[in-house]
Design a binder for this molecule. Structure first.
Ligand SMILES: [Zn+2]
Length: 178
């Protein structure tokens, strides 16, 4: 009986009521070395395949190998670099989304729902966050849709940005948990 109750409790562990908050540390640190996720990004400038693999973990730092394959004319050009995600320290501000241009956090009107996304023959139940993209002056310039799942290394399953009528779509092709 106790075993069953625990299994049920764990089965419904994910909070459904709370707003989904992306947390880079948890998104990577909850997986082990060798966990891997592959995304394909498509935009007007072409198609890029990005593979992220957890290479090393310490108490404070997750090191991720990021390999990018870009199709330039008829050739695949591959580049690889390391990305680091560090553990938040006590007193650090909560995870936020700072603007790359001005460093401020622009107000966002986020609508949240659930949606299933198909990844490599699996249906992944995702939190879908839809928001408006504002420029630094607060003017509406586009739309952002993000699909997240805590089952996928790095949590990002799909992302769609439409800014000035240009659409960029990033989708997860496959992933391996460790
Ligand atoms: Zn800004």
């Amino acid at each position: 009986m106790i075993g069953l109750a625990m299994a049920l409790a764990f089965g419904t562990q994910e909070p459904k009521q709370d707003a989904f908050l992306y947390d880079a540390w948890a998104a990577w640190n909850s997986f082990g070395v060798g966990a891997r996720v592959e995304h394909e990004a498509e935009s007007v400038s072409g198609r890029t395949v990005v593979v992220r693999t957890i290479e090393k973990k310490t108490e404070e730092l997750v090191t991720i190998r990021v390999a990018r394959k870009v199709r330039v004319e008829d050739k695949d050009v591959e580049q690889s670099e390391l990305e680091h995600v560090s553990k938040p320290r006590p007193g650090d501000p909560p995870p936020s989304e700072k603007c790359m241009s001005c460093g401020k956090v622009h107000p966002k009107d986020v609508k949240e729902s659930r949606q299933k996304v198909r990844v490599d023959k699996q249906e992944i139940d995702c939190a879908l966050l839809e928001s408006t993209v504002l420029d630094c002056a607060g003017k509406k310039i586009g739309k952002l849709r993000r699909w997240y799942s805590r089952d996928v290394p790095g949590w990002m399953v799909k992302m769609e940005t439409t800014v000035d009528d240009l659409r960029t779509t990033t989708v997860c092709l496959r992933f391996t948990k460790k």
